[in-house]
Design a protein around this ligand. Structure first.
Ligand code: HMG
Ligand code: MG
Length: 304
């Protein structure tokens, strides 16, 4: 069987991981944590969101965080941007990449960014154009690709329509989001069969939440289709405030463990990763439930 030799892991913990947390982390702690993540070998870190702080209070410090972190050479630092107001700040902070985001489902789009899908397109179009003019690369997210908490199943054609619009705007990569963690490996492969007729593997990333424990199985199914970019969050932190019942992202430490055991290169130092997970665990004062963290807490020794 042909599997990729190397995979790119995009760490979304400082953004997706923290956006739904009740315990606020100080700017100093976020900065120290992101600096630790930068030293793990991760090639990409989504550090924050330039959204309305009334909607996402946990990331109200976006500008301070983005301008205080150490910028390690070789690491791409990115942030979510919903509109021109957010873009202005992200450009001022001189991040490397910005990510625009919307949903395949009308209801989730409305609840998440307060616009219909049709109203969202011209807003994102302007954001992408301005970001490209400022020489920033732009990533796009589509949420609720495999199911919506309000509408249930979403047709592949609908996901395709939104995705094509984002590519037409000029995004360089699309991240397909299983926002509430309902995808299964068969469903993922069926969607990718359609997507790979339209887009090459290197334009697509997968963003799995792990609500039902299927995220690693979904990643394996995705690897079989030739995709080599995955979003994940250290320790399994994460969730969307406008997707009730959604749990954390698939854990970076677990994805890294699986890939390494399969001889797929990630260039990530697993010990440093666990140190960074323990750091944020202490600041949030809650146990991180990734398999790696649980194994570590129980002092199980992996002899194989
Ligand atoms: P709105 O209320 O419709 O915005 O929010 P508006 O343009 O009508 O402006 C209203 C107020 O918001 C004004 O302030 C604006 O200045 C302010 P006021 O005059 O009332 O004091 N405002 C802003 N403030 C700061 N930064 C901005 C900004 N824009 C307007 N950029 C908006 C529209 C999109 C801003 C709002 O709905 C919002 O912030 N939503 C963010 C929701 C969010 O962050 N969700 C989580 C991320 S998505 C996700 O997790 C999914 C993903 O992980 C993939 C997956 O898992 O599927 C990516
Ligand atoms: Mg997410």
């Amino acid at each position: 069987m042909q599997l990729p030799k190397a995979v790119t892991i995009k760490e979304v913990g400082p953004r997706d991981g923290l956006q739904n947390e009740k315990t606020l982390v100080s700017v100093a702690d976020k900065v120290e944590w992101i600096n630790m993540l930068s030293n793990c070998g991760l090639p990409y870190i989504e550090v924050t969101s330039f959204v309305n702080p009334k909607w996402i209070p946990a990331l109200a410090d976006c500008y301070e965080v983005a301008t205080s972190i150490e910028r390690k050479r070789g690491v791409t630092y990115a942030a979510l941007v919903p509109n021109e107001k957010g873009l202005e700040k992200a450009l001022e902070a001189n991040l490397d990449e910005i990510s625009v985001f919307m949903s395949a489902s009308e209801t989730h789009n409305k609840k998440n960014i307060n616009k219909s899908i049709t109203e969202t397109y011209p807003i994102l179009e302007r954001v992408v154009q301005e970001a490209l003019l400022a020489k920033k690369s732009v990533r796009g997210y589509v949420s609720t690709v495999f199911g919506c908490p309000y509408e249930g199943n979403i047709e592949i054609d609908q996901v395709m329509r939104v995705s094509e619009k984002l590519f037409e705007m000029g995004i360089s990569e699309l991240s397909l989001g299983d926002t509430i963690g309902v995808a299964n490996p068969k469903q993922v492969q069926l969607l990718l069969v359609q997507f790979l007729k339209r887009f090459p593997t290197n334009k697509l990333a997968l963003h799995f939440h792990d609500t039902r424990g299927l995220a690693l199985a979904n990643i394996y199914a995705t690897l079989q289709m030739g995709i080599t970019t995955f979003d994940s969050s250290i320790g399994g932190l994460g969730g969307c405030p406008y997707a009730p019942g959604a749990s954390g992202n698939v854990a970076t430490d677990d994805v890294n463990y699986m890939l390494k055991k399969m001889d797929i290169e990630t260039n990530i130092d697993d010990r440093k990763l666990l140190d960074a997970a323990r750091f944020i665990e202490a600041r949030l004062q809650k146990k991180l439930m990734s398999h790696s963290m649980v194994v570590n807490a129980n002092q199980c020794i992996d002899r194989v």
